[in-house]
Design a protein around this ligand. Sequence first.
Ligand code: ATP
Ligand code: LTN
Length: 333
Amino acid sequence: MENTEKKKRILSAIQPSGTFTLGNYLGALKNWIALQDEYECVYAVADLHAITVRQDPTKFKKNILEAYALLLACGIDLEKSLLFIQSHIHTHSELAWILNCYTQFGELSRMTQFKDKSLKHADNINVGLFAYPSLMAADILLYQADLVPVGEDQRQHLEITRDIAARFNGIYGEVFKIPEAYIPKIGARVMSLQDPTKKMSKSDENINSWVAVLDKPDVIIKKFKRAVTDSEAVVRYAEGKDGINNLMSIYSAVTGKTNEEIEREFDGKGYGDFKAAVGETVVDMLTPIQNRFNEYMADKQYLEECYKKCDEQALYISQKTLKKAMKKIGFVI
Ligand code: ATP
Ligand code: LTN
């Protein structure tokens, strides 16, 4: 996939750290799918990033393959986009090392994700966790990406990517394109079903607080039934009604209905009916994805063909940038 057309290039990646949630789907993946016609999209399973926290080898291997299959099942179309496995492309580790040498200790120390994760994994504050942003910068800069769709939590990492690229270009000339953040036209911030003031997160130990894309229909329905609401018993979007607001924005993201339309639809009905309706629309949305996921997982050979084809193209594109950077530094190429 060469950048011959005028289409801008989008790059994004997701860590294969366990199952994906409805938050990941509505907040990120759905958008990845929607971008495929307008942009040249390069997507990756960021498995190298995932080892900054300790992984069980058997589970890790399963998670990587499942993440790949799930992304395909969500609708990444390999006729239009690339979807590769980060660790298969050796240029990422190589450029990350180089970029480490153009990144300051002080600026990495200021990364909020590093500070948060250091607290969470106090027994394993490894150098990889510290240097995480320079690997992410390598992911982005290797493909000369124009735009990077990122959630709020990754914004700081995109900023440092821009700083590193500008610093390198300042020394050696135009080697890297400076990427911009892409603010999605669609995309919802999905909150926890048990504490709607917190974002839905798969690392939340209360499994009722999140819905996984691969949860069985009855489990999904049950989790929505148990969702925390309020005592007003009126379906309307308003301040102080975090639980209902969250359910309304999920319902809206899935059905495309506006808040007014939802309020009209559930006028005179109780929360029980509303929660059941939200659960059912989510099930209807996820069932075809789950079916496709099962088909892909049953055909490992097909999956392998998919990632090998993409790996080859990703290597080709990324190698050009890596060579250019190395040549500028003075390596014997
Ligand atoms: P963790 O719980 O381990 O922090 P996570 O579920 O928050 O993980 P990430 O891997 O950090 O997921 O994020 C992957 C992508 O999904 C990011 O683009 C992030 O912005 C998006 N995302 C994650 N959770 C939500 C959410 N609740 N609502 C909207 N988008 C989300
Ligand atoms: N750090 C990101 C995942 C990620 C990424 C990237 C996102 C790795 N490399 C390149 C955008 C571009 C996360 O944890 N959400």
